[in-house]
Design a protein around this ligand. Structure first.
Ligand code: CA
Length: 277
């Protein structure tokens, strides 16, 4: 059945499903297979790594967090350390989880969490959005190697925050205040923590905020524009935890952030000149 499926879906997105409970794995694989995706299943973290070492052509990993032996975080870290797998999005399935544990996952490179028990339609909507984002990301990567695909966006920012220094790589940099985002290396230069390599989701979130300095984004709008989630998909909680995590990494004092600011009742912004208290 597996080989018939893989032939049938030779050009469809491939999803690696990692889940230790047989019943869950089989039902999820069946329902997702109905979407026309190629689903490959693994029953443990170790099995997932073995599959990934042979077949790197996955567009998404859907992984249970609690696995016997190597858990989801460990698989995630191993993938992020491999340049060929570093960008593959990972959606975790998990029982109720605390913010602190979510942050561990986001720092390991997870894209999102879906708490069990979940609705299959919600899962499918999120997977579609993540696959769309991954395609967009891949196109940007290809564009970067040729012409400067990102120039129009960066031009807009450099008008506001002009920092000419004559270096040719300046066009790949977005700077606001003392923070400089390098759009080629995904690194952020911060005034208090030096250079930080962002995970793909952290990068996309910060890139979006920095490309619109002074604009205030509600969590719902960020879910739509960064995560590409249709309205009512995904939780504002995802945004809140990612922002919290980013602040921990980049702000001098994360409890009184001066770069990513909260505008109470509205959302988040970077590059606002005035004090919001
Ligand atoms: Ca489990």
């Amino acid at each position: 059945m597996t080989s018939a499926l893989s032939e049938q879906h030779a050009h469809s997105p491939s999803i690696l499903l990692v889940e230790d409970v047989d019943f869950n794995r089989e039902i999820i694989a069946l329902l997702l297979g109905g979407q026309g995706w190629r689903i490959v299943s693994a029953e443990s973290g170790e099995a997932a790594i073995a599959i990934l070492n042979k077949d790197r052509d996955f567009q998404l990993i859907l992984m249970d967090l609690g696995l016997p032996g190597m858990d989801g975080f460990a698989v995630c870290r191993e993938m992020r350390a491999d340049p060929l797998l570093a960008d593959v999005p990972i959606l975790f399935l998990t029982a109720k989880i605390k913010d602190e544990d979510k942050i561990v996952g986001f720092n390991a490179g997870a894209d999102d969490y879906l708490c069990k028990p979940f609705n299959i339609d919600e899962l499918i909507l999120r997977l579609r959005a993540i696959l769309r984002r991954a395609r967009k990301h891949a196109r940007l990567q290809q564009g970067r190697e040729g012409v400067e695909a990102q120039l129009p966006i960066i031009h807009e920012v450099s008008l506001l925050e002009s920092r000419p220094n004559g270096r040719s790589n300046e066009k790949y940099r977005i700077s606001i205040g003392d923070y400089i985002l390098d759009t080629r290396s995904y690194e952020l230069i911060t005034p208090s923590h030096g250079k930080i390599r962002l995970t793909p989701v952290q990068y996309e979130l910060l890139h979006h905020l920095m490309c619109h300095p002074g604009e205030i984004f509600s969590p719902g709008r960020l879910l739509d524009e960064v995560w590409d989630y249709p309205s009512d998909t995904g939780s504002p909680d995802l945004v809140r935890v990612h922002i919290k995590n980013l602040r921990e990494r980049i702000e001098e004092d994360p409890r009184t952030p001066t770069f990513i600011r909260t505008v109470p009742g509205y959302g988040y912004t970077v590059g606002l000149e005035f004090e919001i208290r």
